[in-house]
Design a protein around this ligand. Sequence first.
Ligand code: SF4
Length: 428
Amino acid sequence: MFLDEQIANLSRRIKNIEANPRPDLMKSNKLRYEIELDSMLHAAEAWKAGKPFAILGGVEILNLPLGFEQQGYVEWGDRARAPERYMNIAVNKFGWSEHTCDRTLAALGLLLSGEVPMPRVMSSRRMPCEPERWSLMAAAKYAGILFFEVDRLNSIGEQNLRTVADHMAELIEFCEKSVPGIKFDESRLVELLEMDDQATKYLRATYDLRKKEPCPIGPQDAFRLIRMPSRHHDPPKVLEYCKMFSEEMLERSDKNMSGVKEENLRIAWLATGPFGRGTFDLLAKKGVSLPWFHYGLGPQTFGVMHDDYGEDKIYGRKLKPLEEVVRTWHANVWGADAATWVDPLVTVCRDLKIDAVVDFMQVGCRTTNSMRWITAKRLKDELGIPTLDLEGRELYATESAQQEMNRKLEEFLDMCIANKKAGKAKVK
Ligand code: SF4
């Protein structure tokens, strides 16, 4: 069963960190895994007690203020030890398309497997990731769960802010009317927005530290997404982790610590990546640092862009709490036009002295595939940086496909390292 498997796996990882601390990885990972373990234990208990869960895709921050228990969707599918098991349920049992992003397939199959709580309400929104939206819709339809979709306009201005906030208010009303005991608490939402804002401040303090050569964070740690406090049943614990992460980066930078023995190359990795394929060990082995992982909220989270909580300059007025939630949508650089995605990337690559870029082409991810040409062209034209379009699947890949992917990556890295060394030699 998924939750039992996760609890056993996370407990083993924590014990392993205690028994074999690795200087190339962050010490704060232990707290990170403890938080994950805590959330799995909490979900298992709440499920047993019959508490109501919800999957509010894209507006997860409303979960706690509504009084729902937190349940992951794609995040849980990503953690599955044997994702094929869940993909088979989605594809073979329910007839879902096989040729879409495997993260959204695993999430769908996991929900339909009966191994996780059945949420009382599901919602999606017109989000940057279409396969995720379709997967959420399909899950609700196949499982007969109440469903609500939050709409938006085709712009990100003031009008959209109001429209989406009004639609979210309708979602809240829908949940209150449909599930006994559910009641929205706006002050709780404000508390969570403030905590997320504080977490963002801690994380922003790490941006300048990434400029340092060698980069103080290792490739594997740079790739880990940091979930905001509002997404966990115990938000202060996540805030504590963000603080610890930030302080540890500073300490590593002061002590000249790095995640690689000798830094031969600095790369940025885009969009998403292969989990558990030895890819990040390959980077570390070759002395390749990963100062930047470029994803939708990365530029806002780490302070490359600013559209901050409580800030009234952009909209010319103080925003209401639900409008503050929409502000975070507006700050997402993923899935809009290519300039929105590439502009901050160019800034980051310049700031962090990036030598090369790997654009991970997840099979079935329409957004990545449609932006690949512009991304590579602009990086080459404006910064002279090469880009590798690396095709792969995140969770489900055959042994030979994995080997082929790592072979292409290694070839590209070797070429970039050789070019960098030759360039340095010429300068001397
Ligand atoms: S890889 Fe692409 S399609 Fe898959 S979940 Fe991420 S954004 Fe969506």
